[in-house]
Design a protein around this ligand. Structure first.
Ligand code: NAD
Ligand code: 44H
Length: 539
């Protein structure tokens, strides 16, 4: 059993082993999609394959759609070369349910995959053709929060973006420059409308994407590479919209236990790889069953009835509330807390951490006691029910191979939104006092302790990738367990950094608490556990 066109011909063999196969005529779907594409996705990573591609697969199966997806990868071309192309764009989705059962399906809804590489004339030419087509309605993105950045921490335009602006839209090399150049192709071919939908986990994700694209449009217009009309086109929501969205589906990296199940079924060549850009990818994805994709309903070129596939379309205000509920309180902060302490306490599975009474108490207090009071009910999903499901069913799901190490990726980029928003809400509140926050500061201190790259047993471990490690690691390499003199002087600039925490921890009166916890965690081996135990149970 091999996952590609020829290998899937023997339907009975796959079905006998419990795999659901596409029920539609894939050749016909591929043909219709290539002629009249309606949806292109940027970022061929795991969430796309587990979520977006599966929604389209279900709609194709149900006869509610006749065309599929095209995917472009602009950062890690190896994903396309090593996964999409050898497998004819098929992938296997393994859904790991909380009752221990699993569903296996072969996803065929992606019918074309392209490197978004302006040096690759064929692929870039084809992308231009797609962007020139009348039928294209939406471009979606899962490229991580850093994928949208065009400026550095000081607000300065980064060098590759600067170069792309100087050189005009012909051959950009930065990610957002390449996307803006494709949008320019659409503009030149009759100023056709489109929705650009970020489905990444970042607050007001649509604004992040529009800021990036507008940086190019304005830059190119000011050096006369494009006309001012292009800026007007990008700025007009009736022509180019940037809806906000909230996405939710826990999709761990492809796991060896799932690989083994597939191998035992007789599926060949399914081993995951880690690309040179550090993407963990395999011909299969493993994910939980629960999923939400809530999108602001702003599609200037129309859209198919994707609500039939479970997507929720609503207004911007509701997306904002639902997104804040998930990203700032009810899921992602709890994940980050478990990630940081999980790495320090040598856990390899998130589900195992939920069996640890101290860690369970940590996330329950952060979620219910510190976070929930500042959540505005989005009405379409009840926050209390949502957090109950997260803490009782989803995160503890023993069949989900999710790891603290995956979730610890890019923590420096996430703390401000995941915890900073709650702190700001306490600052604004007349009833709540910021000084009452106990465990959010404990997570900050845990993250500082994590940056030593030494676990609570005193053993070195590898930090997960993070764009700030280059500047942070040299600071923390000076700190040794058992030495706490001058700690505050060393970490003061970090505690003051609003880019990291969303607030200056000195201004909001939390710096002393964070520093104190951090010093306690530095006392020696076992001090992280002791500090955790001491504060999570304190009344
Ligand atoms: N995995 C989940 O549980 C999950 C759930 C909800 C939302 N998300 C969102 O989706 C994003 C991707 O998650 P994933 O599971 O697909 O991760 P992944 O590691 O499987 O894939 C990451 C994708 O982002 C691209 N990328 C990485 N760094 C980039 C950069 N600097 N510039 C442009 N592109 C870059 C990669 O090439 C790849 O396409 C997350 O960051 C998050 O915002 C993930
Ligand atoms: O994907 P990130 O890096 O923003 O965050 C890691 C996890 O918290 C995240 O992927 C969750 O699994 C996801 O947000 C669940 O919907």
């Amino acid at each position: 059993m091999k996952l590609y066109k020829e290998g899937l011909k023997d339907h009975a063999l796959w079905e006998e082993k419990g795999y659901q196969l596409p029920k539609y005529n894939r050749e016909k779907v591929a043909d219709a999609t290539k002629k009249n594409p309606f949806w292109i996705h940027f970022g061929a990573g795991n969430i796309f394959r587990a979520f977006h591609a599966n929604v389209v697969q279900n709609l194709l199966d149900a006869g509610a759609l006749e065309r599929g997806l095209i995917v472009a990868e602009g950062y890690d071309y190896e994903i396309i070369e090593k996964m999409n192309h050898p497998h004819d764009d098929y992938s296997i989705l393994v859904t790991l349910k909380a009752d221990g059962t699993m569903e296996k399906s072969v996803t065929g809804s992606v019918v074309e995959s392209l490197a978004l590489d302006s040096e690759n004339e064929n692929a870039f030419g084809r992308l231009k053709e797609i962007f020139a087509s009348d039928s294209l309605q939406m471009a979606t993105f899962t490229i991580t929060e850093k994928g949208y950045s065009v400026t550095d921490r000081h607000g300065e335009v980064v060098p590759d973006v600067k170069k792309d602006i100087e050189n005009g839209p012909e051959k950009p090399c930065s990610y957002m420059g390449k996307v803006a150049s494709l949008l320019y192709t659409r503009f030149e071919n009759g100023r056709k409308p489109i929705a650009f939908v970020s489905t990444d986990n970042c607050s007001h994700n649509g604004d992040k994407l529009s800021t990036a694209i507008l940086t190019f449009a304005r830059g190119w217009a000011s050096n006369k590479s494009v006309s001012q009309e292009f800026v007007e086109y990008v700025s007009n929501p009736k022509e180019v919209s940037f809806p906000w969205s909230m996405i939710d589906k826990i999709t761990p990296r492809p796991n060896a236990s799932v690989e083994e199940v597939l191998q035992n079924d007789g599926v060949e060549e399914v081993a995951p790889i880690i690309t040179s850009k550090n993407t963990y990818v395999a011909p299969f994805v493993n994910a939980e069953e629960c999923e939400y994709l809530v999108i602001e309903d702003a599609f200037p070129n129309g859209r198919p009835a994707l609500e039939k596939g479970g997507l929720i379309f609503t207004d911007r205000e509701t997306v904002d509330k639902v997104e804040r509920m998930k990203v700032c309180t009810c899921l992602n902060p709890l994940h980050t807390a478990l990630a940081v302490f999980g790495c320090l306490l040598d856990f390899q599975l998130i589900a195992d951490e939920m069996k640890d009474e101290d860690l369970r108490q940590l996330v329950e207090v952060i979620g219910y006691k510190e976070g929930l009071p500042v959540v505005t009910d989005p009405k379409i999903i009840n926050p209390k029910d949502f957090i109950d499901t997260v803490l009782k069913i989803r995160i503890p799901n023993p069949f989900m191979p999710d790891t603290p190490q995956r979730i610890a990726t890019d923590t420096s980029q996430k703390l401000s939104i995941r915890f900073g928003e709650t702190i700001k809400a306490y600052e604004k509140s007349e009833e709540l006092k910021t000084s009452d926050l106990k465990l959010i500061p404990l997570v900050f201190a845990g993250w500082l302790r994590y940056l030593l790259a030494v676990d609570d047993n005193g053993n070195a471990f590898e930090l997960s990738p993070d764009p700030m490690l280059q500047s942070l690691s040299p600071v923390f390499s000076k700190i040794q367990l058992g030495e706490t003199a001058e700690i505050e002087e060393i970490i003061r600039p970090i505690l003051k950094d609003k880019k990291i925490f969303g607030v200056d921890l000195y201004e909001v009166g939390l710096a002393e608490k964070v520093c104190g916890y951090f010093k306690e965690m530095l006392q020696g081996t076992g001090a992280v556990r002791e500090t955790l135990k001491k504060y999570v149970w304190e009344k």
